[in-house]
Write a protein that binds this ligand. Structure first.
Ligand SMILES: Nc1nc2c(ncn2[C@@H]2O[C@H](COP(=O)(O)OP(=O)(O)OP(=O)(O)O)[C@@H](O)[C@H]2O)c(=O)[nH]1
Ligand SMILES: [Mg+2]
Length: 395
């Protein structure tokens, strides 16, 4: 750690192609992992992957592959090795011992990003809680982390059982304290949200980096942090918006991602209450992403877990300006495109596939926003009619 201070940390990436999985899919996952790493401040281009029927119980990947990675990281003085899947505590230990590098898995990387992005007391507490919950079963490893921070080499082979037991107790206490603190903060935000109960609420949801905050800014003319990084938004922002005669509250919140650590979803429950309590969802999709169909599935899955899957929703396909389809015979894996499928084709496919209203826009180019506004207006008007059947300020 000492010798790496002052420069960016370098990373390599490791993925497994499980039985029945396409190589292309795993390579896309590794691309996403690289993007996550970049967001966390680690750089690197090199990936390793291997086709295995199931993960090796002791080392996750095969020993030959591990040897190959070892040679590479020694030659290139790589700082950390990042696995796309979650490793068991013993796999972590074994790999760390062999490679003598810090080992990350996807969850830890996501946790680290959340930690650096948290701004409000609530977000900070939520992330800290999730972090300790992640660490508890992996304590031997954290101990070696602490060792390194104290300037040790980390090769001592972990801590003794007694020290680990002490650490475990400390962490359990911290978890209990953080839970209490969070409950208090939750009570405050519940009160805040209660005040909004009588109003119509629309929530932007979607995979991370699809353009939710950009759209929020566009629809509410507010100034919400948007950038080309994952998890730019952690805290919920709520803005009052008026379309013609209809006022409503529009909220922008944390993006979803595949394999979001369970502890994180748990501790972010109250932030996600905004989604659970909203009347209409705008499910934003980045149509220029090669994996956007899977993103839709991940978001729908997460919504189901939150108990928000049967709310009225509009599917908003964003970034149509970046989408390009290839002509016959053209082939390029690197770009955001697919063979012979135009935006118009996609629109037809999706309208047949779902009962939800589908709108295709570019938030950046302000393309087709009026169609989105009309679709939103129709949904909001429906909610008004349900909520206030006897009032006639609509007419
Ligand atoms: N080309 C293009 N880029 C867009 C469009 N909409 C948003 N972006 C870009 O996509 C990136 C992500 O946008 P955000 O609005 O931060 O996305 P988000 O969904 O809020 O992301 P998180 O908060 O990180 O989950 C930014 O660089 C935006 O400028 C679009 O319609 N076209
Ligand atoms: Mg955002």
């Amino acid at each position: 750690l000492i010798e790496t201070q002052g420069r960016e940390q370098s990373a390599v990436f490791v993925g497994l192609i499980h039985q029945g999985q396409e190589e292309r899919t795993v390579l896309d996952y590794l691309e996403e992992l690289k993007f996550l790493a970049e967001t966390a401040g680690y750089i690197g281009d090199k990936s390793f992957w291997q086709r295995l029927e199931k993960p090796h119980p002791a080392t996750f990947i095969g020993t030959g592959k591990l040897e190959e990675i070892k040679e590479y990281v020694e030659e290139h003085k790589t700082d950390i090795v990042i696995f796309d899947d979650d490793l068991s505590p013993s796999q972590l230990r074994n790999i760390e011992k062999e490679l003598k590098r810090r080992i990350y898995d996807r969850s830890l990387l996501i946790l680290e990003i959340f930690r650096s992005r948290a701004r409000t007391a609530q977000a900070k507490t939520q992330v800290e809680l999730a972090h300790y919950q992640y660490l508890l079963p992996r304590l031997t490893r954290m101990w070696t982390h602490l060792e390194r921070q104290r300037g040790g080499t980390g090769t001592r082979g972990g801590a003794g059982e007694k020290e680990i037991e002490t650490d475990r107790r400390v962490i359990r206490n911290k978890i209990a304290l953080l839970k209490e603190k969070l409950e208090e903060l939750d009570r405050q935000s519940t009160t805040q949200r209660k005040h909004r109960k009588s109003q119509v609420r629309v929530a932007l949801v979607g995979y991370t980096n699809v353009g939710k905050s950009t759209l929020m800014n566009l629809l509410s003319k507010s100034d919400v942090f948007a950038e080309n990084k994952l998890f730019a938004t952690l805290d919920t922002t709520v803005r009052k918006v008026v379309f013609k005669n209809l006022p409503f509250l529009l909220s922008d919140t944390v993006g979803f991602i595949r394999k979001l650590p369970h502890a994180l979803v748990e501790s972010f429950k109250s932030t996600l209450d905004e989604v659970r309590e909203s009347d209409v969802l705008l499910h934003v999709v980045d149509i220029s992403h090669p994996n956007f169909e899977e993103h839709i599935a991940v978001v729908q899955q997460t919504l189901t877990e939150l108990g928000a899957s049967d709310k009225p929703a509009i599917l908003v396909f964003n970034k149509t300006d970046m989408y390009r389809h290839l002509d016959e015979g053209e082939f390029d894996y690197t770009a955001n495109q697919r063979q012979n499928v135009s935006v118009a084709d996609l629109k037809k496919t999706w309208m047949a596939k779902t009962h939800l209203k589908c709108v295709f826009i570019s938030a950046a180019q302000k393309d087709n926003i009026s169609e989105l506004r009309d679709a939103m207006y129709a949904e909001i008007e429906k909610i008004y009619r349900e909520k206030y059947p006897y009032q006639h300020y609509l007419y």
